[in-house]
Ligand binder design. Sequence first.
Ligand code: TRP
Ligand code: SF4
Length: 328
Amino acid sequence: MKKKVILSGMRPTGKLHLGHWVGALSNWIDLQEKYNCFFMVADWHALMSEYKNPKSIKDITVDNVADWLVFGIDPEKSIIFRQSKILEHLELFMILSVITPLGWLSRCPTFKEQVKQLKEKDINTYAFLGYPVLQTSDIVLYKADYVPVGDDQLPHLELAREIVRRFSSLHKKKIFIEPQALLTKVSRLTGLDGRKMSKSYNNYISLDEEDESLENKVLGMFTDPARKRKKDPGHPEICNVFSYYKIVNSGLEREVKDWCTQAKKGCVECKKILLNSLKEFLVSKRDKKKEILKDKNKIYDILNKGEDKARKVAISTLDEVKKAAGLI
Ligand code: TRP
Ligand code: SF4
């Protein structure tokens, strides 16, 4: 039986942190065993919001892909590529743009929200309005069956399906598959201060965090606010520190619950133990990443090879599409 196809992407807009590990990367790594996976650096999408400082996109791309590799994305199993290197994304973007009603885009909740939220970035632009159309091209160009995303991306998946249906009915041809979202099952990891983990709140642990800042960050984490002294029993289920244990050392979950609710260990000690678990989880990968980054050409080689494979698929789909659209 042919393997089902998965496509997902990340925008290279900053360093990856534990939130990305929980929300996306760990999931990608599991999926590559069962599916035919395409993992994409969405650099055009990054440019839509970062165009005032585009210099960083190239460097962040290399840094992010290095994380993908050291955490377990295997270029022998999955196709990793940069969106901007496969020109077919833009051609398909155009072909899909001409059939996408403006109202579908201006009514898209993510568009309305982001323009309001990211005021300093001036994303009230022509390209940004088309963000979901480019995302649709990314997905359908490879005829992806499933798209692993967070729930914030569901409106884009719905739009992708609508665009696919419109294309099929206009051209009486079923070239594309209606993609399904594959929601990440793990809950979102909160940041060090209990808010959503995010670059803009500076409350994250990056995947290559250095020892000293890792220590400061972990020891400064918010805990159960009701637990003021060591002799007060704590409530692990509302404690942020406990949720990190679940991610990096789930084997300790029961013990932590026990020492917390029985007031056997204090929060400082509990955090120190978490710190050790985090180091065990992160340090070897961080060091491996430093090694890889000494020779960036290796990363570019991997990307180039992935792009050769992706391009073949893209060209073949686009050929069908252009015929259906009456272009060739
Ligand atoms: N919009 C996605 C995000 O911000 C990134 C992305 C671009 C993507 N193209 C995609 C995700 C295609 C899945 C499939 O997270
Ligand atoms: Fe949180 Fe650990 Fe303190 Fe319990 S002992 S409140 S789990 S930090």
